[in-house]
Design a protein around this ligand. Structure first.
Ligand code: 6R9
Length: 662
């Protein structure tokens, strides 16, 4: 290939996705009562940072108003809502009680074994006040860091809000991470307090958490003064008298009186570690005013939230940014009623999610494509046993959603199995730990949605797709996704490493944030996400996207799930290797590999035909549902698979190895 510009390279590769001609305009009825109206885009375009200042004042209660929307003089270190003071927990809790919403349900909790708890706003406020007093009694003060290693139970949200209330900075470490990962995060943030639980329930069995904390703190030289332990599953735990305290001893007896103190708009709210391509995980830092403004604004507008009547359910774990922005903060700031579910979708049966939707009359469901594809694999007859009529809006996040999964989500879930004349709109939301809140997403009620595309920037956000030189590519071409203007919920840096912040995100292009994702603009200018730039393969000079080929494979009726990697090849640079999970009846088809190779050839072109297609029983995924292609690459290149400690199920790599030996 002579032309190696990204526009050309991506242009060759992604034609398939761009042939999507289906478009679903909102129904007149939905549009008429939608929160987001078309004028929002005009206002945002006209007003710049002042648009966000207006949102900040409308959505949040400020103890002291700010004097300036944005200070960008020290770019790329932004200050939003300069001089303003507010308390995040007050905004999420107390004010709803003061304004007469105390009896509204804030959280319906359903444990995996089926135990339930309901917290009204008044009750949740009380719990958070007690936890705030308890944390202070343990010596935690404003600015101190608190590591949170908890399952998906209400105490996770209570802990995060109690930290925010006293100005302590939480660092949630996903419960699926190992003791080593926990320790390195505790050390990096110099956490004083760890909040954990004995464990939780997963797939019908108790699963332990506390032993990992014990192991993490076994070696001296840590900064932790106290470990607060929630009793969740009642399993026996080792007890370290010098560190450990039971939550029910310390929090339950604490006073329920606690006045929130207003913190600066730029006061750190939390650190959340995310893996970089190399080196140690990055502690992404978010601050208060801007984060709350953009998360709450998008939660209202992207999901068309009507807080008095909707029941919202985001299936993300608190250990990921989605569980921060769209479980712990935005829904509560907006006074919404939400469901929190502790367990897995197939315990005790594969209809558990849909049973919950029916039981709680969930109207807004926010989940990940991997979950949707898993449900597809289990079959549509399972959700169809339940009444899903309450669902009004469907959200997707975490990875590109292939058009087949999108259509299934719409018809089977959003149309209650085809029984609804106007299926729920799907909002595919592109954003990152670093961006804090939605950046690219359709607005239901405004945007005519397209299966597979996140489409347009959120009002007030400026994104583009650029070539190697940072020049915008024309419609119909691909390149790198960038953000061109600062935004309120942007990361304020990497904890303890300002240079790495500049280097990672701001050095690739001048004055633009480099997201690390490949993207393409279609003929309408709508944006299609194509996966991480590092997931783009180069085969004989042709750029091929893992997403593209996966999408083609999954469009074949025999394939339930697919993951594609580029394996090093002496002749072609990289060769396409696909791992597929077959649907039931296809497993007996001897010619399936040939059939699938030809299918990809037909869908995308001969160049995209996988060199090898390996039929496997499972794919290695993180608990947030991202396929760990790195591990599959090891298999494809004949190496011992690398570190698999962050997999949701770390037996998957053995299962794959065993299935390939047969
Ligand atoms: C929120 C979250 C960020 C990366 C991001 C991109 C991928 C997220 C997506 C999507 C296509 C979407 N991603 N949403 N890709 N369409 N709607 O997932 O944050 O865990 O930091 O991951 O996830 O590659 O760069 P995070």
């Amino acid at each position: 290939m002579s032309d190696q510009s990204p526009a050309k390279k991506h242009g060759d590769a992604f034609e398939n996705l761009l042939h999507e001609s289906r478009s679903f305009p909102p129904s007149a009825e939905f549009a008429a009562s939608a929160v987001a109206q078309p004028s929002l885009y005009e206002e945002a375009a006209a007003d710049g940072p002042e648009f966000w200042a207006r949102q900040a004042r409308n959505i949040l209660s400020w103890e002291q108003d700010f004097t300036q929307a944005l200070d960008w003089t020290d770019a790329p270190f932004a200050k939003w809502f300069v001089g303003g003071k507010l308390n995040a927990a007050y905004n999420a809790l107390d004010r709803h009680v003061e304004e007469g919403r105390g009896d509204r349900v804030a959280i319906y909790f359903e444990g995996e074994p089926g135990d339930t708890r309901t917290y009204t706003y008044a009750q949740l406020t009380e719990e958070v006040k007690k936890a705030a007093n308890a944390f202070e009694s343990l010596g935690v003060a404003k600015g101190d860091r608190v590591a949170v290693y908890l399952p998906m139970i209400p105490e996770a949200v209570i802990t995060m809000l109690a930290c925010a209330r006293i100005g302590a900075v939480h660092s949630v470490v996903f419960g699926g991470f190992s003791a080593d990962a926990l320790r390195s995060r505790i050390d990096d943030a110099e956490a004083k307090l760890v909040v954990t639980a004995d464990g939780s329930y997963r797939r019908g069995k108790p699963s332990a958490l506390k032993p990992a904390v014990d192991e993490a703190l076994a070696k001296d030289g840590h900064t932790v003064d106290n470990v607060l332990v929630v009793r969740r599953n009642g399993e026996p735990v080792e007890w370290n008298d010098s560190l450990d305290k039971w939550w029910h001893d310390v929090v339950d007896s604490a006073s329920a009186e606690h006045s929130p103190v207003a913190h600066d708009s730029e006061h750190p709210l939390f650190i959340l570690y995310t893996s970089g391509t190399t080196g140690k995980p990055k502690g992404i830092l978010h601050t208060t005013g801007g984060f709350l403004t953009q998360t709450a604004f998008t939660h209202l507008n992207t999901f068309d939230l009507h807080p008095e009547t909707d029941v919202y359910w985001c299936t993300a774990d608190i250990g990921w940014v989605t569980g921060h922005s769209y479980v712990a903060y935005a829904p509560l700031v907006n006074g919404a009623t939400q469901l929190i579910y502790e367990g897995t979708p197939d315990t005790p049966h594969q209809g558990r999610w849909w049973e919950l939707v029916e039981k709680y009359k969930v109207s807004i469901l926010y989940t990940a494509p991997t979950a949707i594809r898993t449900c597809m694999k289990w079959g549509r007859d399972i959700p169809q046993k339940y009444n899903l009529d309450s669902i009004r809006v469907l959200g997707s996040v975490g990875e590109p959603i292939n058009p087949e999964a999108w259509m299934w989500y719409r018809q089977v879930i959003g149309a209650n199995g085809g029984k609804k004349e106007h299926p729920a709109p799907i909002v595919d939301t592109w954003w990152q730990t670093e961006t804090g809140a939605h950046m690219i997403a359709p607005m239901p009620g405004v945007t005519a949605t397209k299966p597979g595309s996140a489409q347009v920037a959120v009002p007030g956000i400026s994104v583009d797709v650029v070539d190697e030189m940072g020049e915008p590519v024309p419609n119909g071409s691909g390149g790198f996704l960038v953000v061109k203007e600062p935004w309120p919920s942007m990361l304020r840096g990497i904890w303890g490493d300002p240079e790495r912040f500049k280097e990672t995100y701001w050095s690739r292009f001048d004055n633009m944030y480099f997201a690390g994702d490949g993207a393409k603009k279609d003929e309408d200018g709508d944006i299609w996400l194509l996966g991480r730039v590092d997931d783009v393969m180069n085969v004989s000079g042709h750029r091929l996207s893992t997403t593209e080929i996966e999408s083609a494979l999954v469009s074949h009726p025999s394939v339930a799930e697919a993951a594609v990697v580029g394996a090093a090849d002496d002749t072609t640079g990289e060769a396409v290797v696909a791992f597929v999970i077959l649907r039931g009846s296809a497993k007996d088809d001897d010619d399936i590999v040939t059939t699938l190779r030809n299918h990809v050839g037909k869908e995308i072109g001969p160049i995209a035909k996988p060199r090898h297609i390996l039929v496997v029983p499972e794919l290695p995924k993180t608990r947030s549902g991202k396929i760990m292609r790195r591990l599959l690459k090891d298999v494809a290149e004949g190496r011992e698979a690398g570190d698999s400690s962050t997999l949701a199920d770390n037996t998957v790599m053995q299962q794959i190895a065993a299935s390939l030996k047969k």
